[in-house]
Design a protein around this ligand. Structure first.
Ligand code: SF4
Length: 239
């Protein structure tokens, strides 16, 4: 299998079969906490990095060979080795996978293309969307996610607000907190105002637990995470 991996167990969504829509690390971000290492070449170009048919065939083959494993899955999860919305075939891939399996389908995205109506409409048949939002200001965004120059935080936020209006499935917003980078309480209060506009079903707070290729990417201590959770309100959980 080249594009399908797992099943994997994650703290966020349980048991899932991963499906990657890009080769190793096609991304328009270079997050300091990325488990995949540095993005060698950031790209904002959308294209069919892997042919949709190849991905769909591989998912179909896995499902037909692993019926017992399929029954244990919480999700089929589009995520993987880069940013999945950069693959222009994502809409077709989602709708074909939904015909192959009754397991709910999740999409994990850095949210950078959610300000594009066409991309949002590609995601509408997913059961769960897990977008990231790590910052409430462009300055903090650039520090933690190191996006390509064209990507603006305000566009991401407006895309998330529009997604909520158009999408009836679940949105679990992931916030990755890195000590000394985006965990300042004033920043968290500003983030809360932004998240209140987005109205996700859940806010999942995360903090790096494994080492990354970067030095000084440190987890936020538990007591502070609890305080941040309290500020962000009832929908927030620490994962
Ligand atoms: S968006 Fe995801 S894949 Fe891209 S750099 Fe950040 S964590 Fe890594």
């Amino acid at each position: 299998m080249r594009f399908v991996y797992g099943p994997v167990i994650s703290r966020r969504i349980g048991v899932s079969l991963g499906i990657s829509l890009t080769p190793y690390k096609i991304c328009n971000f270079d997050c300091i906490y990325c488990q995949l290492g540095r993005t060698r070449e950031k790209t904002n170009v959308r294209k069919e990095y892997i042919a949709s048919g190849e991905i769909i065939d591989e998912v179909r083959a896995w499902i037909s060979a692993n019926k017992q494993e399929e029954a244990k899955l919480n999700y089929l999860t589009i995520s993987g080795l880069g940013e999945p919305t950069l693959n222009t075939g994502i809409g077709r891939i989602i709708s074909e996978i939904k015909k192959i399996s009754g397991v709910p389908l999740a999409v994990i995205t850095n949210a950078s293309y959610l300000n594009d109506k066409e991309v949002r409409s590609c995601l509408l048949s997913a059961d769960l969307i897990v977008p990231s939002l790590d910052a409430a200001s462009q300055e903090v965004f650039e520090k933690i996610d190191r996006p390509s120059a064209e990507v603006k935080l305000n566009d991401i936020i407006e895309g998330l607000v529009d997604l909520r209006k158009e999408y009836s499935g679940k949105i679990w917003l992931e916030v990755m907190l890195v000590s000394g980078v985006n965990d300042d309480i004033r920043h968290i209060k500003k983030l809360k105002e932004t998240i209140d506009r987005i109205e996700p079903d859940k806010i999942q707070l995360n903090s790096p637990v494994r080492t990354t290729s970067e030095e000084n990417v440190l987890p936020v201590e538990r007591a502070k995470l609890e305080k941040i959770k309290e500020i962000l309100g009832d929908r927030c959980e620490i994962v």
